[in-house]
Design a protein around this ligand. Structure first.
Ligand SMILES: [Ca+2]
Length: 310
């Protein structure tokens, strides 16, 4: 079992090494190629039988989910077993039909653990793309959220403060028809880039956690020319000031405030302050960088990008 985590990183870098430097391309961004990894995992796990097949889109992975499971108490019970009958990658599945008349897309079933990445890719990228684009849709009527981030860096990293460029997209729910999204990439320095890290994180509405709802993602590419429609419930005046240094004030225009959450670009929940409308939040513990704030106010979910600059 201890071999699993290094094995995951081997897999990660084997995906990465397939790409030549220079071009900036999403590998299998259309999700047309899926690979059965069940035998590979069984061998790595010491010939334990995995009863739910592990079929993943080539080039994409959900290692964070597996790492969480490996390190959880929940998994301890299975260490001595001959069979694993839990669904290791249940959050990421093949879906048909895909967008734009294609056969397949990727289905992301959310969980209530917001720090778990459902799908990610590390790809070589020797130029500076303007945007990451794609299509998404949402099946269900809960208030699930989808967070997509892209980070450009000059080596593989999960530290957001070493990003040379970044982009972020958040939606709460959405249309059941494929809808284009565009994530503009903002550059912070003149440093060269060689790596792009793309994450998709789906989080269930905690008040309707048993909902059968899910997101679907397809045709992800850099600089794809998609017609962009109004896709996110952004509110630039939710918190001020922005950029912020040590405290931010919540807008007093809201009728009610049920929940406030602040996420970093890796999708980690970094603060969930209890704050009334017009109240202040101490953000002095947050490192310099870009964050996503989410405020639930009645049946509305409002989202803002927040820059912490010092
Ligand atoms: Ca497709």
């Amino acid at each position: 079992m201890r071999a699993v985590v290094p094995f995951l990183f081997l897999l990660l870098f084997s995906f990465q090494s397939k790409q030549s430097f220079g071009q900036c391309e999403v590998i299998n961004g259309g999700f047309e190629t899926w690979v059965d990894m069940t035998d590979t995992f069984e061998a790595e796990l010491g010939d334990i039988v995995i009863t739910t097949p592990i079929i993943l889109p080539e080039g994409w992975f959900s290692a964070f989910r597996l790492i969480e499971i490996v390190f959880s108490d929940f998994f301890e019970d299975f260490l001595d077993a001959d069979t694993i009958d839990i669904d290791l990658f249940g959050g990421l599945e093949q879906y048909e039909p895909g967008a734009l008349g294609t056969d397949y897309a990727a289905k992301l079933t959310g969980d209530t653990i917001v720090s778990i990445t459902d799908m990610f890719q590390v790809t070589s990228c020797g130029e500076r793309p303007d945007a990451l684009t794609g299509y998404y849709k949402y099946e269900g009527d809960a208030n699930d959220s989808l967070l997509a981030t892209v980070m450009l860096a000059n080596s593989f990293t999960t530290e957001t403060d070493s990003a040379v460029g970044f982009g972020v997209f958040v939606t709460v729910g959405g249309s059941s028809e494929y809808t284009p999204f565009e994530i503009p990439i903002q550059y912070l320095s003149e440093e060269p880039v060689d790596t792009a890290i793309i994450l998709f994180i789906s989080t269930n509405d905690p008040t309707q956690a048993d909902s059968e709802s899910f997101f679907v993602i397809d045709e992800v590419s850099f600089g794809g020319n998609v017609p962009v429609t109004d896709y996110a419930d952004y509110d630039d005046h939710l918190f001020s000031p922005n950029p912020a240094v040590s405290t931010i004030q919540l807008s007093s225009d809201l009728d009610r405030v049920d929940q406030v959450e602040i996420y970093d670009l890796m999708g980690n929940l970094v603060l969930s302050p209890v704050v009334e409308w017009g109240g202040e939040v101490d953000i002095s513990s947050l490192p310099h960088g870009l964050y996503v704030t989410r405020v639930q106010s009645g049946d509305k979910n409002l989202v803002q990008k927040l820059i912490v600059a010092r």
